[in-house]
Design a protein around this ligand. Sequence first.
Ligand SMILES: *Cc1c(COP(=O)(O)O)cnc(C)c1O
Length: 370
Amino acid sequence: MIPFLDLKKVNEKYEQDIRHAVNRVIDSGWYLLGAEVEAFESEFSKYIGVNHTIGVASGLDALRVILKAYIEIGELQEGDEVIVPGHTFIASILAIMDVGLKPVLAEPDPDTYNMDPDRIEDHITERTGAIMIVHLYGQNAYSDTIRKLCKKYDLKLIEDAAQAHGAFYQEKRIGSLGDAAAFSFYPGKNLGALGGAGAICTDDEPLANVCRALGNYGSEKKYHNKYQGYNSRLDEIQAAILRVKLKGLDDDNQRRRVVADFYLNNIENPKITLPKLSNSATNSKDHVWHLFVIRCEERARLIQYLDKHGIGTLIHYPVPPNRQEGYKSLHSYKLPLTEFLHEKVLSLPISPVISRSEIEKVVQVINNFQ
Ligand SMILES: *Cc1c(COP(=O)(O)O)cnc(C)c1O
């Protein structure tokens, strides 16, 4: 059996160090907003190449807090529009709606699965306040076209970096490309905690200060609430664990690239469409392969066939945001490309610890699919 993802195995090489880190927190007697979070924030800032990191409780919260901070500062007004890919995990869109902003869904480039930069400008109106790019499946979504649009229309650029820890655009890490970025450290992400966790990265100091306050009940000073904030903190135990795993992130990502290259070079079946690097990709580091997503016209049959051969797969994602039950206000959207992708995509097993014989088997089984 080749599981879609074996998280226990992913964390095995860190196990000793994780136990030491957790013990350190237990011994310290300090569980929130302490030395581990401070150290992780500074180490992550250095890694990403930004001046400020603010730990929060999840990736969704990182997005919410950024948007809410822009509203508090007056850079965004309630009801302003945020252009966001229609083909994304629901959190990107929920964060926008949750703070009283309006998501405007844009279509993807079906080759890269990321928002098509050439389809963004059509959506810009008087009310557009920001563009949220999502580096989907681990591939950079930023481009010169997007930078120019933000400049031309004076828009904030927010990165949903929840799937692309460590990826690059040219010489810069994703998370340092826009005005602010949100990371998730959900256990299955490329940098995963052993529970919920997230972070905000930015070079904007006033924004960073508001975000920090918002994550802690809107207070800069204990029991003085400057804003109506959230209770969203990265806890000390998760921060201590993330410090351990951050040291291995580049190595883990490189292992993912080796798996992806093997799939790309060896899967050969006319029924399967392989993922592509974007045109703006300057080298293989633009992609950290959070997911390896193929397409197939006969997806249901392929899933069954792979399952029969002991290969686990998942769909990211089976229902597009504009068809979700809880999102009726988005139902009027017609997004043919987004909906097409949701019907055809399938994620193959990929991780830093999947073995050579396992990926050889995946290739062989897929190549025999008729
Ligand atoms: C995982 C994810 C999030 C949300 O992260 P949580 O930590 O689960 O809240 C947001 N956006 C994208 C694209 C994600 O994949």
